[in-house]
Design a protein around this ligand. Structure first.
Ligand code: NAD
Length: 452
């Protein structure tokens, strides 16, 4: 199949490279000159494990190329995917569809022969109808069908997710789109990945319903974690105890600083807005959004309490900035709100992230960036693990303690055991585990009684 991918970001580049790896001829298009120049020069504009090798292999095989000019590849294509961004629209929380509609208009003018146009971007229900209308209006003679094919990959494990998906969802209104979409995904279908065909609007809604459910599951366990702190229960045992029930399942039950990233925050908000517009409010998701919003600053208060209750003039070290490990994506990362709240409280912030510091710098204001966890700890009154990169899973506590002003570790991802940190002489706080709700008796506030 001849495939064009419009938008070569986290989704477009991974999908394009994987389709090429299946044996299809793929052209990835992007309107960002710098991104395409970098790809043409053999570079990768994002950090995603394994993507450099996959792209290089398929470029060398002549199946994958990059351009800013969509006209010629679209004219020659069997299937054109739209994988551009759909961020939150400024001011009202709806999805901003301007990139999708601009791409649809450009595609319309280049069509030649029957072509399937597929929205892979996450788009509100009914967007396919509008894409179809735009194309028909711009090019009344065009022969085309518009399908929906939402993407479920996770950054950090994107290639594996794309090549071994739990399911592939395709929404069509025109039966002529079915065979080309089956051909595109045949290698996965042969591998027994379920290929679910639905109507187009249903497919669009499946993506939002999936993300909203997962966001709600995370938020549920976060609230249970808060209760655990009040009643001396352990949220990890609660999560295991409920997750072993097949009806619930153990995934997305890790208590932490609240969900963030390029999808859940904007998609939950957009779904809430769509539902309100249709006079069918989704109260559970509205509450999920609200609970998650306030959680990030609450995490900063946890750090401040652990550091003795007042961080003015103190240094706080932040380990991990990206919204999850193995990506450089900083969009809506909890670290943004946490760092801001720490700075609001008067702290000086030092930070280290293995891949995210370049993307973080324009978002975080005044932060001193370092090159290791140990450099972050220098002079710090507390360090806080915000993102569970592997590099933070086996820290040398003695080395950290030696350089810190006070040995305080706040672990927002529950990667350590309280006993180990206490034995190493640390004040340790995590999320939803016994002791986490207890007031901190800080070394600075403990007065040694004077000898009579
Ligand atoms: P991104 O910002 O990384 O990439 C979008 C790309 O589209 C950018 O490089 C931009 O320059 C390009 N672009 C915009 N308008 C264009 C146009 N008219 N022509 C050509 N290129 C254009 O975004 P992303 O993270 O890849 O997300 C894309 C879509 O996929 C979104 O709707 C998102 O919700 C969805 N999605 C993302 C993920 C994820 O993990 N990132 C997962 C599933 C679904």
């Amino acid at each position: 199949m001849r495939i064009v991918m419009i938008g070569s970001g986290y989704v477009g580049l991974v999908s394009g490279a994987c389709f090429a790896d299946f044996g299809h001829d793929v052209v990835c298009v992007d309107s960002d000159d710098a991104k395409i120049a970098k790809l043409k020069a053999g570079g990768i504009p994002i950090y995603e494990p394994g993507l450099d090798r996959l792209v290089a292999k398929n470029v060398a095989a002549g199946r994958l190329s990059f351009t800013t000019e969509l006209a010629a590849p679209v004219a020659a294509a069997d299937v054109v995917f739209i994988g551009v961004g759909t961020p939150t629209r400024r001011g009202d929380g709806h999805a901003d569809l301007s990139y999708v509609y601009a791409a649809a208009h450009e595609i319309a003018l280049a069509l030649d022969g029957f072509t399937v146009i597929v929205t892979k971007s996450t788009v509100p229900v009914g967007t396919g109808d509008e894409v179809e209308r735009i194309i028909r209006e711009a090019n009344p003679g065009a022969d085309f069908a518009v399908a929906s094919n939402p993407e479920f990959l996770r950054e950090g494990a994107a290639i594996e997710d794309f090549k071994r998906p739990d399911r592939i969802v395709v929404g069509i209104e025109d039966e002529r789109a079915r065979a080309p979409m089956e051909a595109v995904y045949r290698p996965l279908y042969l591998n027994k990945s379920p290929l679910l065909f639905t109507r187009r609007r249903t497919s669009e809604l499946i993506k939002y319903a999936a993300n909203a459910f997962l966001a709600m599951k995370i938020t549920f366990i976060n609230e249970i974690a808060d209760l655990c702190e009040k009643v001396e229960a352990d949220v990890q045992d609660v999560a295991r105890g409920i997750g072993l029930d097949n009806r619930i399942g153990g995934k997305f039950l890790h208590a932490g600083p609240g969900y963030g990233g390029s999808c859940f925050p904007k998609d939950t908000l957009a779904l809430v807005k769509t539902a309100q517009d249709h006079d069918s409010p989704l109260r559970l998701i509205e509450t999920t959004v609200a609970v998650n919003d306030v959680r990030k600053r609450a995490m900063a208060r946890k750090v401040i309490a652990a550091a003795g209750g007042d961080v003015r003039g103190k240094t706080i070290g932040v380990l991990g900035l990206t919204f999850k490990p193995n990506t450089d994506d900083m969009r809506d990362a909890p670290a943004i709100a946490i760092v801001q709240a720490l700075r609001d409280a008067g702290a000086t912030v030092r930070a280290y992230d293995p891949e995210g510091m370049a993307a973080a710098a324009p978002l975080l204001g005044e932060v001193a960036y370092t090159d290791s966890a140990y450099a972050v700890a220098e002079g710090a009154s507390a360090i806080v693990i915000v993102t569970e990169w592997d590099a933070f899973r086996a820290l040398d506590f003695a080395r950290l303690k030696a350089v810190m002003a006070t040995p305080v570790l706040v672990d927002l991802r529950n990667i350590y055991r309280a006993d180990d940190l206490t034995a190493a002489g640390f004040i340790y706080r995590s999320v939803g585990r016994p002791g986490d709700g207890e007031p901190v008796i800080h070394p600075e506030t403990v007065k040694i009684p004077e000898l009579q």
